[in-house]
Design a protein around this ligand. Sequence first.
Ligand SMILES: NC(=O)c1ccc[n+]([C@@H]2O[C@H](COP(=O)([O-])OP(=O)(O)OC[C@H]3O[C@@H](n4cnc5c(N)ncnc54)[C@H](OP(=O)(O)O)[C@@H]3O)[C@@H](O)[C@H]2O)c1
Length: 311
Amino acid sequence: MPSFNRIAVYGHRGWASSAIVDALIASGAPLKVLYRHDSDVSRLPDDLPKVAVDLDDEEALIGALEDVDILISLVGHEGVIKQYNFIRAIPKTNVKLFVPSDLGYRVDEEMATIPVLKAKAEVEKASKDAGIPTTVVLPGNLAESTFDSLLLGIDVGGNRIVYTGDSEHQKMNICTRKYIAAAYAAIFTKTPISQLQNRSIGLSEFIVTGSDVAAALERKHGTPPQIFRASVERVTKEIEARLQKDDVSAISLAYRLPWATGKHLELVGTDVWDVAGYQKTTLDKVVVEGDLEPFKAFPPQFAALMETTFF
Ligand SMILES: NC(=O)c1ccc[n+]([C@@H]2O[C@H](COP(=O)([O-])OP(=O)(O)OC[C@H]3O[C@@H](n4cnc5c(N)ncnc54)[C@H](OP(=O)(O)O)[C@@H]3O)[C@@H](O)[C@H]2O)c1
């Protein structure tokens, strides 16, 4: 039996990250949570090793990474650039693999107009340029953000859908938070690290086209959904206008573009890890049966904007 890798995680408390941390804990792998001093760690088991560390304190960070094989960062958007501290510290440690925070898909030229996505891609490149074996996990879109918010233009409760560009016929790759969490545990706890280094590991729980979603909405409601259309040009203009105003909601529209242009699966990639023995969910379970965990709440202004954009 392969032995466990020793893992450190940073960013334990987020909506997506907390599920991943729970799955890593349940795996029984030697795990250490690194956290910033004012973070709340009360949810974590008492016997789980935890180290408060200021990421700007390189000496402390190097100390916290002692006896660690894999550093998994799950930091949220505000902390993406803090990951340069890891890149500076790792070469002075025995860490053999860095997994920067991503949980999306490859950032192409269009997506790179969104500052936080560009910053994530730059962190990955800087890590590789520093000679650190670096691997990202790319699940595409989360089922919860796709079907329990209006981010992608799908309104399950209201029986409405916006087709952006050609999203009616193009495919989108989707994973639930639970599947991603199970995948992190399956991938990182026991696989020999030499087999994990420098990969872009895609995850795929189910794949849908816009017309698949519309058909599922009809099965749920008994009547066809109200269909709206927005061209790629119109969405791109709207993104540019929001970026000019430093409006962070630009990102929510940008998420629609890879689906609209048929690039979504390509940006998840072909190195797809299938979690052995996992009972994957389906579009019908999620949309028709409503078997889905809630997505995190948006600020009210943001939610109101999503309600009206392109509907
Ligand atoms: N593809 C999708 O649909 C999708 C959906 C959701 C999330 N994601 C991605 O998943 C990853 C994790 O997101 P999340 O929503 O779970 O996380 P989150 O709630 O935004 O934050 C996770 C952790 O980051 C830490 N953090 C936040 N800002 C920081 C800063 N300025 N300095 C240092 N630490 C900071 C927080 O520390 P504290 O504990 O100290 O607060 C928290 O533990 C992100 O890369 C996000 O983009 C993708």
